[in-house]
Design a protein around this ligand. Sequence first.
Ligand code: TRP
Ligand code: SF4
Length: 346
Amino acid sequence: MRTPESIRTMPEATTSPLRPRVLSGMRPTGMLHLGNYMGALHNWVKLQDQYECYFFIADWHALTTDYADTSNVAAATLEVMKDYLAAGLDPAKSVLFLQSKLPEHAELFLLFAMITPLGWLERVPTYKEQQENLTGKDLSTYGFLGYPLLQAADILIYQPQFVPVGQDQAAHVELTREVARRFNQFYKLGEREVLPEPKVLLTPSPKLPGTDGRKMSKSYGNTIELTDPEPVVRQKLKTMVTDPARVRRSDPGDPDKCPVGDLHKLFSTPETMAKVYEGCRSAGIGCIECKGWVADALMQILNPIQERRAALTDAGVKEILEDGTRRAHARAQQTMAEVRSAVKLI
Ligand code: TRP
Ligand code: SF4
């Protein structure tokens, strides 16, 4: 019988088949920012101890929009991998891998393409939205329409129970479930369903404003990057917008109407919060001082991340990625053997 002692002395668990499996990924957009951290990475790091985790970099997905100039994709992939590790993803706990090294993803994508009605893809909300937003690019390509189907292949090939993503990706997971259902209707292995439907594990995404008060996003140019050194963080905060009612130092303000106040709510201690509410509403503190406190709180988070990042070498990071990709490959090959046999090709 297991005593609490024996549980405590068990070796650090690596990926265990007894835990529910999760899979998620990001496109390699370059240096990650606080929004990426709070909206995804921070949550993934916590999942590592409870789930069998697969996290990857969706570099083929980058080509759906950046096909005309692919010169940044490789470098961005390496940076994102460094940010993964710096944020605390641990190759001893999670399988960390690169999509484009796994031809099985492309094979499953092809099979999905055979069975998916066009209307399903045309109705995905991000399809029309992005086409209208990214006006500088011709996105009337087959690959861009098929984006969610490639994502479905990325997911289902690992047969995960959960996909931890933000609200913006929920529609893609929903389509993934529909594709799995259709596949399972057409193709079975005996009575068994080869591709179980995963559930979305919605990442709580607190409101994280960028320096201009809008949602922090690379495309708005209002980000604080995980790699920003302290003086840069302080400088960016200095220019951050505040409660518009607080024009002069002597005007009282309201942290509930201020993007800096939103940052305090996410990162500051209750003691600091109390000083902010009191000082802002009574005009007892200035915005410069208040922003300095946010910078202090941010550096508490960024310092350990930046220290871990500084210890990484390109060669070491590539090795970790290759090792994870080998492990993912073994898993993907297993699923594809079942898939091929269910589809009944020779
Ligand atoms: N579409 C996701 C994004 O833009 C990236 C992605 C690709 C993904 N394949 C995935 C996320 C599979 C989760 C699971 O962020
Ligand atoms: Fe915003 Fe702080 Fe200035 Fe109040 S004191 S308006 S919370 S920056």
